[in-house]
Design a protein. Structure first.
Length: 204
C-alpha cells in the first residue's frame, strides 16, 4: 500500500517563492504551506503547525527553494516501506550557486552519512507517530532547529536512514554573501550548536 505523505513547507512570509515547489508535488497526499507571518513564529513553529494540520501517515519537511520530481517521491516511498519507523533524508546537492559548492556537498555527505548529522535541507521525512513521540521541533532557537531535531531523534533511538538520491537546494546565499564567508559561518554555527546538543540533550 502506498504511504500517505503530507509535505510541510515552512516559509518566512507569503513573498517567499514556494509555488514552483508545490507544482512539483502533485503525486503526494497533501501539501501544507505555513507562513511565519500567519502564526507569528519562526521555522520551528511553522513546521510544528504544519505537522498539527497534516492528515498523512508520514510528514515530509521541505524547504521552499528545493526541487523535486516523481523519482524523489518514488525513492522516498520505497524507503518508507522498508524502514517505516526511521527518519529518512536525501543526499544534498545544489542546483544553483558558485561551483565551489561541490565542496559543501562533499562535506554534507560526510557529515550526514558518516556522522549521522543531516540537516533540514536534505528533506526530513518520518511518521507522524514518531514526530509526535519526539514532541516536534524545539521552539525558541535562533537557528538550527533541524539540527537539534536530529539529536532529539538520536536520543530516542530513531534510526537515521539516508537515501542515495540527491535533493536539489538553492545556493543563492553563498553567491550573495560570498562562498568562503558563508561556509565558515555555517560551519562555526553548527559545530557550536553540536556541543550544545550533546550537553543539553544527550546528557540530560
Amino acid at each position: 500500500m502506498k504511504p500517505t505523505i503530507s509535505v510541510i513547507v515552512p516559509i518566512r512570509n507569503e513573498n517567499e517563492p514556494w509555488q514552483e515547489l508545490v507544482s512539483q508535488l502533485s503525486d503526494v497526499y497533501e501539501v501544507i504551506v505555513v507562513s511565519g507571518s500567519d502564526i507569528a513564529g519562526g521555522r520551528a513553529a511553522c513546521m510544528n503547525e504544519g505537522a498539527r494540520r497534516a492528515r498523512g501517515d508520514y510528514l515530509w519537511f521541505l524547504h521552499a527553494d528545493c526541487q523535486v520530481n516523481s523519482s524523489h517521491i518514488e525513492c522516498l516511498a520505497r524507503s518508507l516501506h522498508k524502514y517505516p519507523d526511521a527518519l529518512h533524508y536525501f543526499r544534498l546537492v545544489f542546483h544553483d550557486g558558485p561551483w565551489m559548492l561541490v565542496f559543501n556537498q562533499w562535506g554534507a555527505y560526510v557529515r550526514s552519512h558518516w556522522f549521522n548529522i543531516p540537516f533540514g535541507d536534505q528533506g526530513f521525512c518520518l511518521s507522524r507517530a514518531q514526530f509526535n513521540k519526539l514532541k516536534g521541533y524545539r521552539l525558541g532557537l535562533s537557528y538550527g532547529e533541524d539540527h537539534v531535531f536530529v539529536w532529539q531523534a538520536r536520543k530516542a533511538k530513531v534510526k537515521l536512514m539516508p537515501m542515495r538520491k540527491g535533493l536539489g537546494t538553492s545556493g543563492r546565499t553563498y553567491e550573495e554573501r560570498g562562498w568562503l564567508k558563508n561556509s565558515l559561518i555555517y560551519q562555526w554555527l553548527w559545530l557550536r550548536q553540536c556541543f550544545w546538543c550533546v550537553r543539553k540533550i544527550l546528557l540530560v
